[in-house]
Design a protein around this ligand. Structure first.
Ligand code: UDP
Length: 472
């Protein structure tokens, strides 16, 4: 286990981004949070400091709480390869997907308990009685009984789930339910994710949000966008006139300096229309389906459009052992494409050594995209959808999981009803690429939707309400 420093951040950056009344409401939400906690320390515990939605949420939101005077800390547990293979299996099962096709067995319980026993000892050296701890996802659930037994108020937050749970999801519930029973509250992202057998009194619903003031979502001029995409080697340009700069999370300026690892036959022409999916290299994000849908449905109508599949460097996400394998499969499919499709499809692995620079890269990619897609087969929430919506991008995304809470179909985005339907997916992208007026209207409504529902304000308000109930 290690602690990730939480550097206090003020809410000032939001002033330029929100209406005065909304900014005031944000300030109030954080003050209320602080008042609810009083002198108690708040610990968040998860299993990776970067890559994926939970790390994104904690790295962006906790600094604002610290800035308001909350004594907040972030711990990241560590584990063996075997442990993370198992927790990835649990992750897949909670999405009702079979992942590595192995069932959960008795030996798995031993792997899980033994790995977490080491982490319990480490967590107990810092988290005390009277503190409050929010533990995230299956990786940390096993810590709940022992941390709670020491007098710490514990909440478990589950960011993944499925609307219609089948046998695989229920197996994962059985595996974890003894541990989860120790939590004073279980927080799910949407009502349909709530497990059978958990007392409704112990349940709370909090969807995630995006930090619109972070380097990932901060306004970025066209010139800077072009300069960032040039320097990372995704859309080369001569003389963009811009500097690949960003304002870091701590408020200091930075510049993007590293190139991404790009698998392609030739660079993207400067003015090409771009279709983008950003996600971890995870089978459930269906990068292979995106590749084939683009080739089959988009290129026949828009022969000059280009597809970018962007994700992190495959070794960078500690709790996702399947990244390299999934990426290798995407490369194999890419190699098998007809040459015209291969020439127009680009696989981008973004450097992860500097979180802020990585965020600026994602920001530039999302702003430059003409259409953003999220063709997930399952999705807890899908922060990438909200990120693109905030940037007024038209998004086409599968009607699964938390994406359903974000998009109003045909208004603030477009749903793909059957996420496995590659042809319909391709046709929908082609249609939107061919109708810029519709794409623009959808983009405008998308931004408003994020303002209405998925800002940190909404998140802090809901979280403070739950903490208040638990502490009462
Ligand atoms: N992300 C990133 N760099 C990458 C790929 C993804 O910063 O190379 C971020 C992405 O912008 C989003 C988060 O990782 O903020 C992914 O969250 P999401 O909820 O979409 O999916 P998850 O990975 O949690 O399943």
């Amino acid at each position: 286990m290690f602690e990730v420093p939480v550097e206090p951040r003020s809410l000032e950056a939001f002033r330029a981004l929100l209406e005065p009344a909304d900014h005031h409401r944000l300030e109030r939400s954080v003050e209320r949070f602080r008042d609810v906690l009083g002198d108690r320390r708040l610990w968040h515990v998860n299993s990776t400091k970067q890559g994926g939605g939970v790390a994104e949420l904690l790295s962006t939101l906790l600094p604002y709480l610290a800035g308001a005077g909350v004594d907040v800390h972030w711990l990241v547990i560590e584990g063996t390869e075997e442990f993370f293979e198992l927790t990835k299996r649990l992750h897949n099962h909670l999405h009702d997907a079979d992942g590595d096709a192995r069932p959960l067995g008795d030996g798995d319980r031993t792997v899980y308990d033994q790995s977490l026993a080491r982490e319990v000892a480490a967590v107990e050296t810092v988290v005390g009685a009277g503190d409050l701890a929010i533990l995230h996802d299956p990786q940390t659930a096993g810590l709940l009984p022992s941390v709670g037994a020491r007098g710490t108020t514990t909440l478990w937050r589950c960011h993944i789930g499925v609307d219609e749970p089948g046998p695989l999801a229920k197996d994962a519930w059985s595996f974890l339910s003894g541990d989860v029973a120790a939590a004073q509250r279980c927080i799910f992202s949407r009502p349909s994710y709530v497990w059978e057998g958990i007392d409704p009194e112990r349940v709370a619903i909090i969807p995630p949000c995006i930090d619109v003031a972070s380097p990932k979502n901060h306004p970025m001029s066209d010139a800077t966008t072009a300069a960032v995409l040039d320097i990372i080697g995704v859309v080369p340009a001569s003389g963009t006139g811009g500097i690949p700069e960003f304002v870091g999370t701590d408020g200091t300026p930075g510049t993007v300096q590293r190139r991404a690892a790009v698998t392609e036959t030739a660079p993207i022409p400067t003015d090409a229309a771009i279709v983008l999916q950003v996600s971890r290299w995870d089978r459930l994000k269906d990068p292979q389906g995106v590749l084939h849908g683009f080739a089959a449905g988009v290129l026949p109508k828009h022969g000059d459009a280009h597809l970018v599949l962007a994700g992190p460097e495959t070794a960078a996400v500690d709790d996702d052992p399947e990244g390299a394998e999934t990426f290798a499969k995407v490369v194999r499919d890419w190699e098998g494409l007809p040459s015209a499709a291969r020439d127009r499809s680009h696989l981008v692995r973004l450097p992860m050594d500097d979180d802020d620079a990585n965020s600026a890269m994602v920001n530039a990619l999302q702003r430059r995209a003409d259409v953003v897609v999220q063709k997930s087969l399952a999705e807890g929430f899908g922060l990438t959808v909200a990120e693109a919506m905030w940037k007024q991008r038209p998004v086409i995304a599968s009607r699964v999981g938390g994406i359903q809470d974000q998009i109003v179909d045909g208004e603030s985005g477009v749903f793909l009803d059957d996420p496995t339907d590659v042809e319909t997916f391709g046709r929908a992208v082609a249609e939107l690429l061919g109708d810029p007026a519709c794409a623009e209207a959808i983009g405008d409504a998308a931004r408003q939707r994020v303002c209405d529902c998925f800002l940190p304000t909404h998140h802090f308000e809901k979280e403070a309400r739950v903490l208040d109930e638990v502490l009462d």
